[in-house]
Design a protein around this ligand. Structure first.
Ligand SMILES: NC(=O)c1ccc[n+]([C@@H]2O[C@H](COP(=O)([O-])OP(=O)(O)OC[C@H]3O[C@@H](n4cnc5c(N)ncnc54)[C@H](OP(=O)(O)O)[C@@H]3O)[C@@H](O)[C@H]2O)c1
Length: 336
């Protein structure tokens, strides 16, 4: 009998998650029925959105129920199958949850080419975060050659792809990240034109120096003071794809929103601020994957993952690294 190790949500966290918010248990792995297969999940994607999925209340997906397996994207290999399209040995990615073995009927599951890239990349730049960057920047940001694109959380899973796609469109890419190492990575390894360290006291001055022609597209990943500073630097008819607000995800009190000056910029510059969720583009997912994979194959798109080998029990601690900037690249937890 195969034993499954899994993480159930035990409580609704307040602030950063703690070990006490989860039950980490062993159970017999279920057997696939007709039309199903069982995946041995090798890596799970740690996404800032997971923190929101643990909260009660209305959102773009229902909250994870107390007692349910924690929701997560993952990738692994089919190891038992009664599904004709998913034979044993096939590499797959999907919403398998934080668990070692998952049963699936194949809905919303992608077959992966592990010769093209390892599993961790298929949950990163070639997976959901890459699609988020692709659609958010190209459909909503619509950068033109010569325009200035600024992206926050720039060294992370989504941000690193946004800046590189901006360059491929002929735009100027400015990344905002925490600390000199991440900033150096953006300019020296990914080809961003400039990187600005938001942790420095003179951040606003450096952002101004980095954007002499102001900002045409601000790809918003964080909110808070970083977002506020960028809204105030926008150009006439600028676009703001609002992808995420990580600064606020663990807040136990209202951290406030845009300042009056930032809101005024929305008005006087007639900004197009558009929130989006990658699922909005689900019908075109294969378009994004094909393009991202082509750029990746041709060496035009680099991807950095931060893979942790700590195993499933480390899920709460590793997840929290997203909120302290402890990750450097797409954060992935290897389960086995
Ligand atoms: N709309 C969608 O469908 C969608 C899909 C995927 C992701 N997202 C959003 O995209 C954003 C980035 O996600 P990701 O998966 O690519 O994560 P990530 O960038 O790989 O990791 C998160 C990074 O955010 C930065 N950060 C954390 N707290 C911050 C703060 N208070 N102020 C400024 N920066 C902070 C940290 O980098 P530094 O060291 O640079 O601070 C950290 O490494 C998140 O807001 C996420 O929710 C949205």
């Amino acid at each position: 009998m195969t034993t499954n190790r899994l993480v159930r949500l035990a409580a609704r966290p307040v602030g950063l998650v703690g070990r006490e918010d989860f039950d980490i248990v062993d159970e017999p792995a279920a057997e696939p029925s007709d039309g199903e297969f069982r995946v041995c999940v090798e890596v799970i994607s740690l996404d800032p959105a997971m923190r929101g999925w643990m909260n009660e209340g209305r959102s773009y997906v229902p909250p994870v129920e107390l007692g349910a397996v924690m929701r997560a994207y993952g990738a692994g290999k089919v190891e038992a199958s009664k599904h004709p399209d998913f034979p044993v040995g096939a590499a797959v990615a999907g919403l398998f949850g934080v668990q070692r073995y998952a049963i699936s009927d194949g809905k919303n599951v992608a077959r992966l080419d592990v010769d093209a890239a390892p599993l961790e990349r298929w949950v990163g730049g070639l997976g959901m975060p890459g699609q988020t960057a692709y659609f958010g920047l190209l459909d909503l940001g619509r950068p033109k050659p010569g325009e200035t694109v600024v992206v926050s959380a720039a060294s992370g899973a989504v941000g690193q792809i946004v800046g590189q796609i901006a360059k491929l469109q002929g735009a100027r890419a400015v990344g905002i990240a925490g600390g000199p190492d991440k900033c150096r990575f953006l300019t020296e390894e990914l080809g961003f034109d400039v990187a600005v360290d938001y942790k420095r006291d003179d951040f606003a001055d450096r952002l101004r120096d980095a954007t002499p022609d102001r900002i045409d597209v601000y790809f918003e990943n964080v909110g808070g003071p970083v977002g506020d500073a960028c809204f105030k630097r926008m150009n006439l008819f600028g676009r703001v794809p609002l992808c995420g607000l990580i600064h606020h995800y663990n807040a136990t009190e209202d951290l406030g929103g845009l300042s009056g000056a930032a809101l005024r910029s929305v008005l006087v510059n007639r900004l197009e601020v558009r929130g989006f969720i990658v699922f909005d583009f689900a019908a075109r997912a294969s378009e994004a994957t094909a393009k991202l994979a082509e750029w990746h194959r041709d060496g035009k798109l680099r991807m950095r993952e931060d893979v942790r080998d700590d195993g499933i029990d480390a899920f709460p601690e590793v997840l929290n690294e997203l909120f302290s900037g402890g990750n450097f690249g797409k954060l992935v937890l290897r389960l086995g």
